[in-house]
Write a protein that binds this ligand. Structure first.
Ligand code: HEC
Length: 135
């Protein structure tokens, strides 16, 4: 009787152990497979061509593009943005708060009229500058 209880107990223990082992193996596999995807999402810093140019085309090029260059500023290329306008370079890569372009967009000074970029676009602009203003 006692022996049977013991063997039953150990059998159960063994099965539980097996379940736990299987479960952790499965979660382990899941995370290993998912990790590259998760990292890719987090790591992807914005680039000018891919993430920023379209926003500027929509909100800025009318006055800082081919036809007009208000304050001497052309926003069509990264090189032109870095060389800037009358007040000097429009951005300081890495420091959004020292970038006149970011300051003017985030406080609503630019664009001075018409539709404005949304909160997400402004956040993306900030990320772009903070992460080093990649091309
Ligand atoms: C309707 C025209 C117009 C639009 C659209 C516009 N700007 Fe401007 N921008 C101006 C004018 C005019 C000035 C100069 C006077 C001033 O600073 O208000 C200027 C000045 C600037 C300056 C300062 C340049 C310097 O060196 O002094 C920056 C930076 C700037 N704009 C960025 C932007 C950005 C970014 C956008 C788009 C989100 C934008 N502007 C959209 C008219 C415009």
């Amino acid at each position: 009787m006692l022996m049977r209880m013991f063997s039953e107990f150990f059998r159960q223990l063994f099965l539980y152990g097996l379940y736990i082992l299987l479960a952790s193996l499965m979660t382990g596999c899941f995370y290993t497979l998912q990790r590259p995807l998760i990292l890719k999402k987090v790591d992807r810093s914005p680039g000018f061509e891919r993430d920023i140019r379209a926003m500027m085309q929509k909100f800025c090029f009318d006055c800082h593009g081919a036809k007009h260059r208000e304050a001497g500023l052309d926003l069509r290329t990264l090189r032109a943005i870095l060389s800037g306008g009358e007040s000097g370079p429009a951005i300081v890569p890495g420091i959004a708060e020292e970038s006149i372009l970011f300051e003017m967009v985030s406080d609503g000074h630019m664009p001075p009229e018409g539709k404005r970029p949304g909160a997400y676009q402004i956040r993306r602009l900030r990320q772009w500058i903070v992460s080093g203003a990649q091309p």
